[in-house]
Design a protein around this ligand. Structure first.
Ligand code: NAI
Length: 460
């Protein structure tokens, strides 16, 4: 039996970063991964989708470049070449993670692992027929797509007519008409890519808005922009059947359908807690996710859970920080997880990004708040780099203290700019101190500074 200080189940962002920090902290560590190091984020999520989206953005900026003096003839995008580039980028990053594990002396076990029980001073895990003993466990088994019980969906997935994020990022042939079930983050990013490269896209969404938790005006702006570009949004629609070359749905008692030659299923994700052996040691789960406290501890001493598996905020950057908190706790260093300043980004073109409270979420918590709203056209750089486009910056402040508690953006670089607002929320600095921060000029990010000085909007 091989003995370790820490056994990490899952080699995604929470798992590999947790293993990295643990090894740096002097713990003898093993990480188990049945597919590929890097998990969903590096292999079939964040990184591959951003590779595709950047290609699409480059193409569409050239295609619509007249206002910028760009005239291109016979411009085309080769979807196959885009996918080949994505494979290269993913390979590079995954091998980078593997190299880091090796350099730090982390043992990487390429097998599915399951917890099998407790020992006198720890736990046992079996992987690839070998038993490993560890004093501590970090469960980082991630998440998988939700497969709703819709007739024809399972069969469609088997035939390849229906895809999840995994298969669509490897799709060799560009579909003519893609139907997207679920207008959340994955649905919108893929709708954005396929719309840009010339596929007809229909998004079928259960709710009356797209982009899930995104601030209402930001989500409405995205919907307007993509509707103008030809994406067909069918909102408030419940999918009833996936048939041959069509998705059927029902809206207010009326039946409808979208014809298509491919379907993307992006109806949410669920924590992976089955087959992990959690029940053998009594780890508590709630609605399928591991319950954790702010130190990422589970109910079982010396067992932590980080990343999507605890279902708290299914984002890679949350996973990184949760893994750090868990390892710090193992090492006896004071640390705690905060969820109030976690940015979320949708990498459409333009991007949408938000952090902290919206007016609605704050009011639901009983807070008195006010918001300031600006058009991105206040930014010189935004005007220089866009043509007849608008964008949004909405900042949410606490009444009385004037503390910034939320920021919501639509526009170029929103994914990068949101860090400044997130930092402001994280530090809890008063407005007077925030106003003294010098931003580089000209940047689109200056819109945040502008928002700090603007008067309170009478409309909100
Ligand atoms: P999501 O939760 O963002 O969106 C799912 C959408 O599907 C919701 O709007 C929901 O109302 C809708 N829906 C559910 N069942 C439906 C049905 N039967 N018919 C029609 N619509 C239905 O989930 P998504 O897009 O699958 O993404 C999964 C996770 O991955 C999310 O937690 C997301 O945060 C993360 N992710 C993050 C990215 C980023 O940070 N840029 C990129 C992609 C994914």
């Amino acid at each position: 039996m091989e003995e370790f200080d820490l056994l990490v189940l899952g080699g995604g962002p929470a798992g590999y970063l947790g293993a990295e920090r643990a090894a740096q902290g002097g713990l003898k560590t093993a990480v188990f991964e049945e597919r590929a190091l890097g998990g969903v984020c590096l292999n079939e999520g964040c990184i591959p989708s951003k590779t595709l989206l950047y290609c699409a953005k480059t193409y569409s900026h050239a295609l619509h470049g007249e206002a910028f003096g760009i005239r291109a003839e016979n411009l085309s995008i080769d979807h196959g070449a885009v996918i080949r580039r994505k494979v290269k980028v993913v390979k590079m990053l995954v091998s980078g993670v593997a190299a880091k594990m090796k350099a730090l002396g982390v043992e990487v076990v390429a097998a599915r692992a399951a917890i099998t029980g407790k020992t006198a001073d720890g736990f046992t895990v079996v992987a690839g027929g070998v038993t490993y003993a560890g004093k501590y466990l970090l469960v980082a088994t991630g998440s998988a797509p939700v497969i709703p019980p819709i007739p024809g969906l399972g069969e469609g997935l088997e035939r390849g007519f229906v895809m999840t994020n995994r298969e669509i990022l490897d799709l060799a042939k560009q579909p003519e008409h893609l139907a997207v079930i679920g207008g959340g983050v994955i649905g919108l990013e893929m709708a954005s890519y396929f719309n840009a490269i010339g596929t007809k896209v229909t998004v079928i969404e259960l709710l009356d808005k797209i982009a899930g938790q995104t601030e209402d005006e930001a989500s409405a702006m995205l919907q307007t922009i993509y509707t103008k570009r030809g994406v067909d949004f069918r909102l408030g629609c419940r999918v009833t059947e996936v048939g041959d070359h069509a998705v059927a749905y029902e809206k207010d008692g009326q039946a409808g359908h979208a014809e298509c030659d491919a379907v993307l299923l992006s109806a949410g994700r669920r924590a992976v807690t089955q087959g992990v052996g959690l029940e053998t040691i009594g780890v508590y789960t709630d609605r399928g996710a591991i319950v954790t406290d702010d130190k990422m501890r589970t109910n079982i001493p010396h067992v932590w859970a980080a990343g999507d598996v605890n279902g708290r905020s299914m984002l890679a950057h949350t996973a990184y920080r949760e893994a750090e908190v868990a390892v710090n706790d193992m090492l006896g260093k004071a640390d705690a997880m905060r969820y109030d300043a976690i940015p979320s980004v949708i990498y459409t073109d333009p991007e949408a990004a938000g952090v902290g409270e919206t007016v609605e979420t704050a009011r639901a918590k009983g807070l008195s708040v006010y918001a300031k709203k600006l058009s991105m056209r206040h930014s010189g750089r935004f005007l220089a780099e866009t043509d007849r486009q608008d964008g949004l910056c909405k900042l949410v402040f606490e009444e009385g203290t004037d503390r910034l508690i939320g920021a919501h953006l639509v526009g170029s670089y929103a994914s990068e700019i949101i860090l400044s607002a997130g930092t402001m929320i994280n530090t809890r600095w008063p407005l007077d101190s925030l106003k003294k921060i010098v931003f580089a000029h000209p940047t689109v990010g200056e819109i945040i500074r502008e928002g700090l000085f603007e008067g309170q909007s009478p409309h909100l």
